[in-house]
Design a protein around this ligand. Structure first.
Ligand code: PLP
Length: 399
């Protein structure tokens, strides 16, 4: 039986992949079993910011893999301290707590904010609340989907964890009205990816920063997807010139090789965790730390951020020309775009048509095509991708 038939029979059907099987990847390109090449504009939802099989990251991975891969945190190992120092420096925070996936880093931030509210802020027992945004996407655990506004993510998974207050995204006044003496944190994506690459109004994050400082509330920025160069700066919060109290990072931190995520904050916040109160067997393992450290090192030069900025400006200028030609609106920042198709066009049909043109891109919420190539994409390949997108939306609209 071929691998897709085996997947269909033996794997749970919690995804609906495009009809293509990828067997090899390099930079921004992948290949199917027949050697047909596709340009990858999905980039594993930004986990592949540095492209497939980045030679330096692969070298670090192979070296570490053949030296020491896993210890658990029952003993010390030599990769954890240097990784935590380097990532904390990149974030401008005093410390970090490594985890594995975006969702478990968000869970970590939630637990941390609640404990901080009780121990530091003085909120009464079990009364802490966290303000979240409509349209949020922070992962798939039961607590996280419990405060999602997407019925597909929630249905059939209750009962849910209480203690979350939802407000419209991009509306700082709504957050102000929602904050009270029980508020531990405001949890926000600087740009909402899954909701369709929704960019909030300029100054939104600055307003949240000021509000949180004024009211003694933690500002928690979920930069799992926006962080590490995707939007043209190291963090998307940089666009508003702010530092949140807590960064949540993931995806690209693992260099497209291993899952590693992290919560970055100062000691007065991270310090609420004590031995036994939180952890995970694989979190902060030597292999992930070595790769994460190499990722941080690559980001330190600013080269990837610069590529995202300049190529992103080129991408957005080109996509703007499609508005009115099958495209209603283009949103985004850096090498990240949400292409809102005309209402009569289907996002799924567009991604399947793009696949026939050898371009991988996925729709979100029916109507938006997401474009997030690896930051290492070549300029000529990016231009070619935009031509394929233009031809695709043009031909779908003409039907
Ligand atoms: C903003 C954001 N937060 C959290 C997550 C969850 O990350 P993971 O899939 O690694 O659990 C995602 C994943 O897409 C995300 O985009």
């Amino acid at each position: 039986m071929d691998p897709v038939a085996l997947e269909d029979r033996f794997c749970a059907h919690n995804y609906s992949p495009l009809p293509v099987t990828v067997v090899r990847g390099r930079g921004a390109w992948v290949e199917d079993p027949d050697g047909v090449r596709y340009l990858d504009l999905i980039a594993a939802y930004s986990a592949l910011n540095f492209g497939h099989c980045h030679p330096r990251l692969v070298e670090v991975a192979v070296e570490q893999l053949s030296t020491l891969s896993l210890t658990s945190r029952a003993v010390h190992h030599d990769q954890l301290g240097p990784f935590c120092r380097d990532l904390a420096e990149l974030c401008g925070t005093e410390a970090v707590l490594p985890m594995n996936t975006g969702a478990d880093a968000i869970e970590t931030a939630i637990k941390m904010a609640r404990r901080w509210a009780y121990q530091v802020k003085g909120v009464g027992p079990d009364r802490a609340t966290i303000v979240v945004c409509e349209g949020n996407f922070h992962g798939r655990t039961t607590t996280i989907v419990g405060f999602s506004s997407d019925p597909a993510a929630r249905e059939g998974f209750g009962p849910f964890t209480p203690g979350f207050v939802q407000v419209p995204y991009g509306d700082a006044d709504a957050v102000r009205r929602a904050v009270d003496d029980t508020t531990a944190a405001v949890l926000v994506e600087p740009i909402q990816g899954e909701a369709g690459v929704i960019v909030p109004p300029d100054g939104y994050l600055r307003a949240l920063r000021d509000l949180c400082t004024e009211r003694g509330v933690l500002l928690v920025a979920d930069e799992v997807q926006t962080g590490l160069g995707r939007t043209g700066t190291t963090f998307a919060c940089d666009h508003d010139g702010i530092r949140p109290d807590v960064y949540v990072l993931g995806k690209a931190l693992g260099g497209g090789i291993v899952p590693i995520s992290a919560v970055a904050a100062d000691h007065d916040v991270l310090g609420v965790f004590t031995p036994g109160s939180h952890g995970s067997t694989f979190a902060g393992n030597p292999l992930a730390c070595a790769i994460g450290r190499a990722v941080v090192d690559m980001l330190r030069t600013g080269e990837m951020q610069e590529r995202s900025r300049t190529l992103g400006a080129r991408l957005h200028a080109a996509l703007a020309g499609l508005v009115g030609r099958g495209v209603r609106e283009v949103r985004g920042r850096g090498l990240w775009a949400g292409i809102e198709l005309d209402p009569e066009l289907s996002g799924r049909a567009a991604s399947e048509a793009l696949l026939r043109r050898r371009v991988l891109a996925r729709e979100t919420h029916g109507q938006t095509l997401r474009v997030a190539p690896p930051l290492v994409i070549e300029e000529a390949d990016l231009d070619w991708a935009v031509e394929q997108i233009a031809a695709t939306v043009g031909s779908l609209g003409a039907r």
